[in-house]
Design a protein around this ligand. Structure first.
Ligand code: FCB
Length: 447
């Protein structure tokens, strides 16, 4: 199963999760105030030490045969005090972006990935419209200083997830205000910020591509559920998976009741970024934690009951996104927490097969960024969930290649997935993906 010659093969990371010691971020203060907020016994700490040495891991990305990398900028480093821009921090980001180019990794840059400058929280952050002018100023600075090195921008990572986790469920550092009202106001303000950022980038760099990375999950009523469960699942699906991107498309955000027109928003995207992880079942009234965490007997479930592995869902969300918006699609995140690499090789093959399938329908899926290159600080779940192709010991900083890293290298180098790879890395996938086929060349077949 071959991929187009211009396909982008990458991995995705975010600044707070890999850089270490982001002392001006609200996450840092949140962790410090009460370490029990973070699962396990380790906080972010030095993370993967990227602030000092991102280059070492970018070397690994190049060794993997990648030609792209998605990373984010830490607003709290670039602007540690209101309108005080840190020239050293900007220079460090220039060096990291240049390091990507030097290694043949085309950077896709996220302007905002879940972390706020402390001063911004004081002023009210996304739950207050004041954020829009601050965001505009930050983005203008970034585009002026770094724009020559970036051809693809993500303005905001997973805005709906962020709104929910920060303002509603409270797993993430709280905003000054919380609750349903604050959540929807934050979403409106994120839309305004996105629109402002889109226009700034386009005015300065008309050739650059701009989009957002949307977390899209499959939400279904639990098996055997009733009509209310199905109605509920349908509403959640619309609010979670469609409402943000629909707003970018039409200029109008449709929440629970009514809708709101946002100025200068319609049409502000050149591509759709899809972050895809799992399928979830829902029922009404929702349980604590919102989604059911019981799976059928045949389900493959990742570490920590994180979610069900459901590759077909990736095709379904791509199909939906193409039919709704008809714009190029990047899979900007896809991965699985799996410390011992039990299911990741099969996960990689089966999800890439769905992308191949979509491409074979001529859907313009332009690239794939696996989450993640290295194990990193997984927000409220700390280091308890390991998403890396490369294992990281956060204390010694030692790196170890998981079998999946070797597999991903073969995939990226050959622009293909095949039965021989499955035979060697994920034999359980052979019968599923190539029914009836004997692997041609593998040692396993020879045996
Ligand atoms: C996504 C986030 C990313 C990481 C992965 C596992 O929702 O964008 O930062 O936490 O999940």
């Amino acid at each position: 199963m071959s991929f187009p010659p211009d396909f982008l093969w990458g991995t995705a990371t975010s600044s707070y999760q890999v850089e270490g010691n982001n002392t001006n971020s609200d996450w840092y203060a949140w962790e410090a105030a009460d370490p029990t907020r973070i699962k396990g016994d380790l906080g972010c700490g030095q993370a993967c030490d990227w602030w000092n040495n991102a280059e070492a891991d970018l070397d690994i990305a190049a060794e993997l045969g990648n030609n792209a990398h998605r990373l984010s900028l830490e607003w709290s480093r670039i602007e540690p005090e209101p309108s005080v821009f840190d020239t050293e921090a900007i220079a460090r980001y220039r060096a990291i972006l240049q390091a990507c180019h030097d290694r043949g990794l085309e950077p896709m840059v996220t302007l905002y990935h879940f972390s706020n400058p402390l001063w911004l929280v004081e002023k009210g952050d996304f739950s207050s419209e004041i954020v829009v002018d601050y965001f505009r100023r930050y983005v203008a600075k970034v585009v002026a200083e770094l724009g020559d090195l970036v051809s693809k921008w993500i303005t905001i990572n997973e805005p709906i997830t962020y709104g929910v986790m920060r303002y509603l469920t409270g797993e993430f550092p709280h905003g000054k205000r919380t609750g349903i009202g604050a959540t929807f106001e934050a979403i409106h303000n994120m839309l305004r910020c996105h629109a402002a950022a889109y226009h700034i980038i386009k005015e300065n760099r008309p050739e650059a591509l701009v989009g957002t990375a949307n977390n899209m999950q499959v939400f279904e009523a639990r098996p055997g559920g009733n009509a209310i469960d199905r109605l509920w699942a349908g509403q959640i699906d619309r609010l979670y998976n469609n409402s943000w991107q629909d707003a970018l498309h039409t200029g109008r955000y449709r929440g629970v009741i009514g809708s709101k027109h946002i100025k200068h928003l319609a049409g502000t995207f050149d591509f759709v970024g899809v972050n895809y992880y799992s399928r979830f079942y829902l029922h009404f009234p929702p349980p604590p934690g919102f989604v059911d965490r019981e799976w059928g007997p045949d389900a493959i479930v990742s570490d920590g009951n994180y979610g069900e592995v459901y590759p077909r869902g990736l095709f379904d969300v791509i199909n939906r996104v193409w039919k709704r918006y008809s714009k190029p699609i990047y899979v900007t995140e896809n991965g699985v927490p799996d410390a011992v690499d039990r299911i990741r090789p099969g996960f990689l093959l089966s999800h890439l097969r769905q992308i191949w399938y979509a491409i074979s329908f001529c859907y313009p899926v332009m690239g794939y960024y696996h989450w993640s290159l290295v194990d990193n600080f997984e927000w409220d779940r700390g280091w308890t969930q390991r998403f890396g192709l490369i294992k990281v010991d956060p204390i010694t900083q030692e790196r170890t290649w998981r079998p999946s890293a070797h597999l991903y290298r073969e995939i990226c180098q050959s622009y293909s997935i095949n039965d021989d790879m499955a035979a060697r890395y994920a034999p359980e996938m052979l019968e599923v993906m190539w029914p009836g086929k004997e692997p041609a060349h593998s040692e396993q077949a020879a045996r």
